[in-house]
Design a protein around this ligand. Structure first.
Ligand code: SAM
Length: 310
């Protein structure tokens, strides 16, 4: 069973943010649209919510943050979520702690990771993250592949004048290390730090897509992923993540989110339609009542960019 919203969009993926804390400080970060919070759901609260999600037809879970690996109980969280038997359990991380945790994450039932990693240049890394962790992040990528998390995707936010000239070096690095490179266009959201920055650094991906189409051996379209294209080039893979601030993105959105303090968040770009689950859990709501809250949040989903979504 897959549940759909009023715009006939199936909802089968849940992104659980387990913290807003992070050990690096990327100046462009939209924090997944979530403002800093003190409360962090416990592993058992996360388990209860994931269990309800499974029962209403969610198939895929992504654990995110902040930086999910700075939580000391991350392995327990992954174990609890994977014990529910989702089709896919993945995690998004900056990779700096993966060297330490990759094997335990795999053993806990994690299927795959996306690693945010924008540059191979130590000065640029420092400029972007304010931390000197380039080597740790590289080690994390290698370790994830080595232990057998699959696929390992490297998320590169491409910025004009910062790292756009590194795309091919990054591709080479990923290919050598059996990882897939995902190119991401800089997105502007409500809680992004400095809007002038975006005008200056946003790098449109159209030119690169043309070049990729020209040189690739094979191209695949990914349904339900905003028709995102996968390019296969001489043994390596590149995906281009389309910008999210458009109707096409909204039309294909299959995702609902949970904030670290346990609120359902139907849209990355909105914060006025959250549905609290932790208050009701503390008040002793039954699974049936919690399911109803999930369904309300899903039914109330509205595309942020509405034009073509009926
Ligand atoms: N700490 C984890 C990590 O580094 O992957 C998870 C959180 S991070 C907010 C999730 C993803 O959002 C990363 O791939 C990051 O590159 C991306 N991201 C953050 N701000 C962005 C922005 N303004 N535009 C595009 N992507 C962004």
């Amino acid at each position: 069973m897959t549940i759909t919203d009023r715009f006939n969009r199936p909802v089968f993926s849940l992104r659980i943010s387990i913290t807003t804390r992070c050990n690096i400080n990327c100046f462009y970060c939209h924090n997944d649209g979530i403002m800093p919070q003190d409360y962090e759901m416990s592993p058992s609260e996360i388990f209860r919510i994931a269990k309800i999600a499974k029962e209403i037809g969610i198939k895929k879970i992504r654990i995110s943050g902040g930086e999910p690996l700075i939580r000391k109980d991350i392995i327990d969280i992954v174990k609890k979520i994977s014990s529910l038997g989702f089709r896919d359990v993945s995690l998004t991380t900056n990779g700096t702690l993966l060297g330490k945790y990759a094997k335990d994450l795999l053993d806990a039932g994690l299927n795959r990771v996306n690693i945010s990693f924008d540059t191979l240049n130590s000065k640029t890394y420092l400029f972007i993250t304010k931390k000197d962790y380039l080597e740790k992040a590289k080690e994390g990528i290698k370790k994830a592949v080595e232990v057998g998390l699959y696929p390992v995707k490297v998320n590169m936010v491409v910025m004009k004048g910062v790292n756009h000239h590194e795309i091919w070096d990054m591709f080479q690095f990923c290919r050598e290390n059996n990882a897939i490179l995902q190119l991401i266009e800089l997105l502007k959201t409500e809680n992004c730090p400095d809007s002038e920055f975006f005008d200056e650094y946003r790098y449109k991906m159209a030119g690169i897509e043309k070049e990729l189409a020209r040189i690739s051996n094979k191209v695949k379209k990914r349904q339900f992923m905003q028709d995102r294209k996968k390019y296969f080039i001489n043994g390596g893979e590149i995906e281009v993540v389309r910008p999210m601030d458009n109707t096409e993105f909204c039309k294909n959105c299959t995702r609902i989110r949970i904030t670290p303090d346990g609120k359902l968040k139907p849209c990355l770009l909105k914060n006025d339609d959250l549905v609290d689950l932790i208050g009701p859990i503390n008040q002793g709501y039954s699974d049936k009542q919690l399911k109803e809250l999930f369904l309300i949040a899903i039914k109330n989903r509205e595309p942020f960019y509405k034009k073509y979504v009926k």
